[in-house]
Design a protein around this ligand. Structure first.
Ligand SMILES: Nc1ncnc2c1ncn2[C@@H]1O[C@H](COP(=O)(O)OP(=O)(O)O)[C@@H](O)[C@H]1O
Ligand SMILES: [Mg+2]
Length: 233
């Protein structure tokens, strides 16, 4: 089991008002799963992903990631776990505009202490894997939205994370680029990558093998869709 959330609550304070963003979330995700999280705007999807990604702490409850009880760890250790184990992909790509595709992907490798040669070789290999071998020296703003998201995916994969987290990764893309990005996620999934993805896209949610629905901060559905076995003979 990679992710275990037990009775997670998250309450934001907005002035004098308490906003309950997550209410009693209990959830388990195994290695190799591809999970889609759906739900209306404001239902708590991003809050949940931020907790799973160690970007924020729950108000109460337990979070175990890969055997570590992460919500008892100090921030210093949490940062290390986040850098090593988690790759993030956002709706708006979050690339550095004044850096090339290659440099954007090298960055997390540099932070992890890799040598310059390893940084360059690995970044080139990852960009090739996402189909951008002919765009290595392009700056982010010289790339299409779909290409920028590919760079972001390559960057997220740089330190071989156990877990890939994506918050509306196709939300800013035209429908064809969105389909291409989804195909890339499916390819990564087939190669064994664990993925948790927030999506508004009914097509993506429909294709996912597991779909979790949030409403008002609670899990209201958790469905596994198994493909029927092919009939032999
Ligand atoms: N930093 C914050 N401070 C106060 N309330 C917040 C904050 N972030 C989110 N919320 C509230 O928490 C709820 C869940 O938000 P969010 O997780 O962003 O939902 P979603 O991603 O599903 O749209 C919403 O009611 C939102 O207004
Ligand atoms: Mg959100």
């Amino acid at each position: 089991m990679l992710i275990l959330l037990k009775n997670i609550f998250k309450t934001y304070k907005a002035g004098q008002v308490d906003v309950p963003a997550l209410v009693d979330i209990t959830l388990q995700v195994d290695q190799g799963e591809f999970v889609a999280i759906i739900g209306q705007s404001g239902s708590g999807k991003t809050t949940l992903l931020d907790i799973v990604g160690c970007l924020s702490q729950p108000t109460s409850g337990e979070y175990w990631l890969d055997g570590d009880h992460v919500n008892t760890l100090p921030d210093s250790l949490l940062t290390g776990i986040r850098n090593k184990k988690i790759g993030f992909i956002f709706q708006t790509f979050h690339l550095l505009a004044r850096k090339t595709a290659l440099e954007n992907v090298q960055l997390p490798l540099m932070y992890a202490g890799a040598s310059r040669t390893v940084q360059q070789d690995k970044a080139r290999e990852l960009l090739t894997r996402v189909g951008l071998e002919d765009r290595l020296r392009h700056y982010s703003n010289q790339l299409s939205g779909g290409q920028q998201q590919r760079v972001a995916i390559a960057r997220a994969l740089a330190n071989s994370p156990s877990l890939l987290l994506a918050d509306e990764p196709t939300g800013n893309l035209d429908s064809q680029s969105g389909k291409d990005i989804l195909a890339l996620f499916e390819q990564l999934h087939r190669q064994g990558q664990t993925i948790v993805m927030i999506t508004h896209d009914p097509l993506i949610a429909h294709q996912a093998e597991r779909r979790i629905t949030l409403a008002d901060g609670r899990i209201v559905a958790d469905e596994s869709i198994h493909q029927p076995l092919p009939v032999l003979g």
